[in-house]
Ligand binder design. Structure first.
Ligand code: CP
Ligand code: NVA
Length: 301
């Protein structure tokens, strides 16, 4: 049987995504009540990290342990992946030994090539193009605090990067409107904007995007792998910093999210995370619950 993968949000149907978010909330309650639930006893998740991580690694590793399973951390520094063993060969081998594979890497095509020959589900733990696991956590957080996503207006302000692309997929899958404000030249892929134009609008200024929004979200100005562009980006993005004053333009009950790590004084002002509308710690915690729901869906159902 061909395994189900989670490389982008489009790999799951809207009703499957809804189920995962509901289940994530249930698993969170169970975790708080210290209910032992071990649907993945004896199962193993391989985690390949070609980029740094705190949240993704800890949430997947803790999630597998709580589910009675095990996670293996693999870095290119100490595996044959870093010495040029082809990705397809690695995929064939790892997927014969493990029950699922999570990959954080650079080009999106790497996870696609891995998945194409993998015998087990492959989960995208972030590529240059998408970060779907983060979206599960963001959407769970919004649902918990504000309810239904349908018909809401979200603002993405800053870089048209992997997170922005996944927000575009989310707008389509969950039927909300997304206003995107990026500096000229840093907009998301026009093909994506065009394909999902019913749910996505590109606007010029941060203020225009924030006005009336139910959620304002941003991310770092310099993603992993772009470090040599950092000083240019700081100049080009300066008008796109999120501040409490910008949030005042949003809806009265607006929330602010950031996938973290955050850079105070760059994409957010020093005081932004202390603002009552910032829910970034709940958002980070929900990586654990949302990914447990995803693992259970892909492996135990
Ligand atoms: N948000 C996120 O993916 O964080 P890490 O890079 O720490 O995994
Ligand atoms: N856009 C950021 C997200 C980090 C979680 C990056 O790719 O580095």
């Amino acid at each position: 049987m061909t395994p189900r993968h989670f490389l982008t949000l489009l790999d799951l149907l809207p009703e499957e995504l809804e189920y995962i978010l509901q289940r994530a909330m249930e698993l969170k309650r169970m975790h708080r009540d210290r209910v032992v639930h071990e649907p993945l006893r004896g199962r193993v998740l391989a985690m390949i990290f070609e980029k740094s991580s705190t949240r993704t690694r800890v949430s997947f590793e803790a999630g597998m342990a709580q589910f009675g399973g095990h996670a293996i951390f693999l870095s290119p520094r100490d595996t044959q992946l870093g010495r040029g063993e082809p990705i397809e060969d690695s995929a064939r081998v790892i997927s014969r030994m493990c029950d699922a594979v999570m990959i954080r890497t650079f080009e999106h095509s790497i996870v696609e090539r891995f998945a194409a020959v993998s015998q087990v589900p492959v989960i995208n733990g972030l590529t240059d193009a998408h970060h779907p696991c983060q979206l599960l956590a963001d959407l769970q957080t919004f649902k918990e605090l504000r309810g239904d996503l349908r018909g809401k207006t979200f603002a993405w302000i800053g870089d048209g990067n992997n997170m922005c692309n996944s927000y575009i997929h989310a707008a389509h899958r969950f039927d909300f409107q997304l206003k995107i404000a990026c500096p000229y030249g840093f907009e998301p892929d026009p093909v994506l904007i065009n394909r999902f134009q019913a749910h996505v609008e590109l606007v010029k200024t941060a203020e225009e995007a924030a006005r009336g929004a139910h959620l304002v979200a941003t991310d770092v100005w310099t993603s992993m792998g772009q470090e040599n562009e950092s000083s240019v980006r700081k100049r080009r993005f300066s008008a796109y910093q999120i501040t409490p004053r910008l949030l005042d333009l949003a809806a009265d009950d607006a929330l602010f999210m950031h996938c973290l790590p955050a850079h105070r004084g760059e994409e957010i002002s020093d005081d932004m995370l202390d603002d009552r509308r910032a829910v970034v710690w709940d958002e980070a915690e929900n990586r654990l619950h949302a990914q447990k729901a995803l693992l259970e869906f892909l492996l135990a159902s």
